[in-house]
Design a protein around this ligand. Sequence first.
Ligand SMILES: N[C@@H](CCC(=O)N[C@@H](CS)C(=O)NCC(=O)O)C(=O)O
Length: 211
Amino acid sequence: MQIVLHYTHRTRAIRPRWLLEELRVPYRLELVDLFGGGANTPEYRRIHPLGRVPALEVDGRIQLESGAMCHWLADRFPAAGLAPAADDARRIAYEQWMFFVPGTLEPPAWLVTLHTKILPPAQRIEAVVPWARERYLEAVRVLDNALDGRTYLLGDRFSAADIPVGSTLMWLPDALEPFVRLRDYVGRLRAREAFLRAASDPQADTGGGGS
Ligand SMILES: N[C@@H](CCC(=O)N[C@@H](CS)C(=O)NCC(=O)O)C(=O)O
């Protein structure tokens, strides 16, 4: 099986890269110069019609959406034990957390990031920020409660659901200040060898942690 990940460092593309590192399956990174306009070429738009990253290519078939990539890859390589089987009782929570990220956690986190860091100052709408931060914190509280007595979202074992959840929590570290359980959880995720490999800059001579 040939797996190619169209990748830009320090983007959501870390999610499938992290999962591939957890799985230890061979793959190739195809670097996309997103911030230099490299995703906005006709060639790249044939891969990702929106000109975004990541895009996953498996034997020539393309998949978009980082969450779908985590979901599919974990099911495709069951021996790694990163996704409970459909008849496993933990699958119910697993599906929930996988969809919680694009549906509930990420939208307000993205609004805060957009209107504080990404958009040019003239385009930012300040009034959006406290509202979005409160919505985000509501979702964060749900996760904090879910981790009561658990090492990872599903219990003692790391699963693929920890990747989209954990990588999104890393966007706004200050928001986690009051949540000791979540801070410890993110610390555990950051210390994983697969995360450190996935967070290393593929263009640097030596690796290093990032988000
Ligand atoms: N829901 C998509 C979001 C993809 C996305 O927006 N990626 C960002 C990088 S984190 C991007 O390529 N942005 C470029 C743009 O919006 O033009 C996913 O999770 O894969």
